[in-house]
Write a protein that binds this ligand. Structure first.
Ligand code: PHB
Length: 367
C-alpha cells in the first residue's frame, strides 16, 4: 500500500482544491431520456464516483446537430440544464468536483440523428469510413455537408451557450472536446480539413475554430475553469494528421498562453499498440503547456503513481476502471482488487452496469 504516493495527494487546479490527482475520464453511457435529458439515474451514477479528484462528464452535445449517437445528453435546453443541476447537486453534496464536456460530433453522425433529417456537418465533405451508430443500428457513414464560413460564428455561439448553460447547471468548469475525430478535431487534423478559407490550410487556420471555441468558453468561465482534451495520434473515427507533433505542440503552446485549467491528453488510441501509431513525444507536448497536464490511456495504478511521482503528468484520468469501480480512488489507495467491467452495458441499458457496481465491502477497515 502506498497511500502517500503523490497520486493520492490533493492538487490545486486553479482555485479548486482536488482531493487527489485521480480524474474520472469522460465516458459515453447512452442513457439520456426523452429530449436528451440526463437520465434520472445519472445523479446516482456520478455521485457514486464523487471520490474522484475531478469528474468529467460524458461528452454532451452543445446543439442538436452535435449529436452523433442515440441517447447522449445535451446542454442546449432548459430541461437538460435542470437534469444536469441534479447531477451537480448530488456530486457537490458528496464533496466532489465536476466539469461538463462540451461536444459537437461534426461528421460522426447520421441524417437519422439530425434535425430535419439533414446531413451531418463537417469542415469538408469527406465521408468517414465505417458506420454511424443510429437508433436503427449501425449504418454506413454519409458524406457530410461542408460548413460555410459564415456558419462558423454560429457554431462558436452554440459552444458559448453550452458553456453558459453549464454554469447555470452548477458545474465547476467545462472541458472542450477537441479529441477523437469529432468536429473540432476534424478542423484541426489535416486529413479531414480541406478548406480554402481562414479555417483551413495552415496550422493556424486549422486551429482557428478550436481557439474561437476556447475563447467563447473562457468568456463565460474564465480560463482557470476551462480545460481542453486532445488525442494527437488516435485514428478513432477515421482521422489522422501528417505531422501530429507540430499540430499538437502548436495547440499546447497556444492553450498554455491562455492559462487554461488543464490540457487533457489521450496518449495513444484505446486498444491499439503504440507501435501501430505515429510516433509522438508527449514530454515535448507537455513542455509546451505550462499548466496542469492530465494523462489518459490505459493507465493502471503503478503507471499512474510513476507518472505523477516522476512529473510526466499532474493528474491521471481513468475511464473503464471508473465505470466498474465507483470507489476507484479508495481501491487504488489500498491496492485493493478492482471489479471487472462489463463492456455489454457500456453504451446501453439502464441501472445494470451503471449504478450497480459494488463498492469495497463496508466491513473492510478504514485506512
Ligand atoms: C463514443 O460515444 O463512442 C465516444 C464519444 C466520445 C468520445 C469517444 C467515444 O470522445
Amino acid at each position: 500500500m502506498q497511500p502517500d504516493s503523490p497520486l493520492f495527494q490533493p492538487f490545486d487546479l486553479g482555485a479548486l482544491r482536488l482531493t487527489s490527482r485521480i480524474v474520472m475520464a469522460p465516458l459515453t453511457r447512452n442513457r439520456a431520456v426523452d429530449g436528451n435529458v440526463p437520465s434520472p439515474l445519472a445523479p446516482t451514477y456520478y455521485a457514486q464516483r464523487a471520490g474522484a479528484g475531478l469528474l468529467i462528464t460524458e461528452a454532451t452535445q452543445v446543439c442538436p446537430e452535435g449529436q452523433g449517437y442515440p441517447r447522449t445528453p445535451g446542454i442546449h435546453s432548459a430541461e437538460q440544464v435542470a437534469g444536469w443541476k441534479k447531477v451537480t447537486d448530488a456530486v457537490h453534496a458528496r464533496g466532489g468536483r465536476i466539469f461538463l464536456q462540451l461536444w459537437h460530433v461534426g461528421r460522426i453522425s447520421h441524417s437519422s440523428l439530425q434535425p430535419g433529417g439533414r446531413l451531418p456537418v463537417a469542415p469538408s465533405a469527406l465521408r468517414p469510413s465505417g458506420s454511424a451508430v443510429t437508433f436503427s443500428g449501425l449504418l454506413p457513414f454519409e458524406t457530410p455537408r461542408a460548413l460555410d464560413t459564415d456558419e462558423l460564428p454560429g457554431i462558436v455561439e452554440q459552444y458559448r451557450a453550452g458553456a453558459r448553460n453549464a454554469l447555470a447547471a452548477g458545474f465547476d468548469g467545462v472541458e472542450v472536446h477537441g479529441a477523437n475525430g469529432y468536429l473540432l478535431d476534424q478542423f484541426l487534423r489535416d486529413s479531414t480539413n480541406r478548406r480554402a478559407d481562414a479555417y483551413g490550410g495552415t496550422l493556424e487556420n486549422r486551429a482557428r475554430l478550436l481557439f474561437e471555441v476556447l475563447d467563447a468558453a473562457i468568456s463565460v468561465w474564465g480560463a482557470p475553469r476551462v480545460g481542453v482534451r486532445i488525442s494527437p495520434v488516435s485514428r478513432f473515427n477515421d482521422i489522422r494528421d501528417n505531422d501530429p507533433q507540430a499540430t499538437f505542440d502548436y495547440v499546447a503552446a497556444r492553450a498554455s498562453a491562455l492559462g487554461l485549467a488543464y490540457l487533457h491528453v489521450l496518449e495513444g488510441e484505446p486498444g491499439a499498440d503504440s507501435a501501430q501509431l505515429q510516433p509522438f513525444d508527449y514530454a515535448r507536448l507537455r513542455a509546451a503547456f505550462a499548466g496542469p497536464y492530465i494523462a489518459n490511456c490505459g493507465y493502471d495504478r503503478s503507471r499512474a503513481m510513476a507518472a505523477v511521482a516522476g512529473g510526466a503528468a499532474d493528474l491521471i484520468a481513468f475511464g473503464k476502471d471508473f465505470i466498474s469501480n465507483p470507489d476507484l480512488v479508495e481501491r487504488l489507495k489500498r491496492n485493493a482488487p478492482l471489479n471487472p467491467w462489463d463492456a455489454d452495458t457500456f453504451y446501453s441499458g439502464e441501472e445494470k452496469g451503471y449504478i450497480d457496481y459494488p463498492p469495497l465491502a463496508a466491513a473492510q477497515a478504514p485506512l
